[in-house]
Design a protein around this ligand. Structure first.
Ligand code: AMP
Length: 232
């Protein structure tokens, strides 16, 4: 597959946030992208928007998503590269939910290299497998913008209502218990390989994801600052 990012001359810092489903990637990605001024690019959000809008991409993705399976690489990569070509990506990006396997990681490396860029750092939010099912089945997200909550760990101020935009909270089809098991089985194996890919490149930083949300953010910011400070 040829990897190319549209009409962007240069690309700023590229942070790949890694973690299993339920590790807190979405929550942390929102905090970090705001603090660091990076565009938050979440492939899951892009797919959910496509499903909501009923686009051809959404029609392809929906079945895979409902079953808790990965959408095929060709479709996912094309969507991602198109998003990286948008003007806001030039300031730098925080990737959430991509890459999910080594083929995607390689295509990303090639596409960035073609722009004189690279993945600067891959912080990994590590959470033991036995904690993940409970975390996922307690998760609710808002209709308007996908802000994530958790029944126990991070409840909204008013039950069923998003603190940020007031929209209704709902449970994703793929967060329901039977699907959660399938998603975890499929995704943990690939995640391990992606973690290995970035470890081999010397840019993996592991953070303990069982801590309080604030502490996880601090650890992630400290890990990322090492790189962003040194590259300017
Ligand atoms: P997420 O919100 O990241 O958990 O993603 C929700 C669903 O979107 C996943 O279960 C997949 O079906 C699909 N998806 C998101 N990112 C990717 C990706 N990088 N590769 C393939 N499928 C993806």
């Amino acid at each position: 597959m040829t990897a190319s990012i549209g009409q962007v001359r240069d690309i700023g810092h590229v942070v790949v946030l890694l973690g299993a489903p339920g590790a807190g990637k979405g929550t942390q990605a929102q905090i970090l992208s705001g603090r660091l001024g990076l565009a938050h690019v979440a492939t899951g959000d892009l797919f959910r928007a496509a499903v909501r809008d009923g686009t051809p991409l959404g029609l392809v993705a929906k079945g895979y998503m409902d079953r808790g399976e990965l959408v095929p690489d060709a479709v996912t990569i094309e969507m991602l590269l198109e998003r990286l070509g948008a003007p806001d990506a030039a300031a730098g990006i925080l990737l959430d939910g991509f890459p999910r396997n080594t083929a995607q990681a390689q295509v990303l490396d090639e596409a960035l290299a073609g722009k004189g860029g690279r993945v600067d750092i891959a912080p990994y939010i590590q959470v033991p497998e036995q904690d993940l099912v409970g975390r996922l089945s307690g998760r609710w997200i808002c209709r308007a913008q996908g802000h994530p909550y958790h029944e126990v760990a991070n409840p909204p101020l008013t039950p069923g209502v998003c603190d940020v935009d007031g929209s209704e909270l709902y449970q994703r089809t793929d967060d329901q218990p039977a699907t959660v098991q399938a998603r975890l089985r499929q995704q943990l194996g690939s995640l391990e390989l992606v973690v290995g890919h970035y470890r081999d490149h010397g840019i993996l930083r592991t953070v303990d994801g069982t801590q309080q949300i604030d502490q996880v953010s601090k650890d992630l910011l400290a890990a990322i600052a090492d790189v962003t400070d040194s590259r300017g």
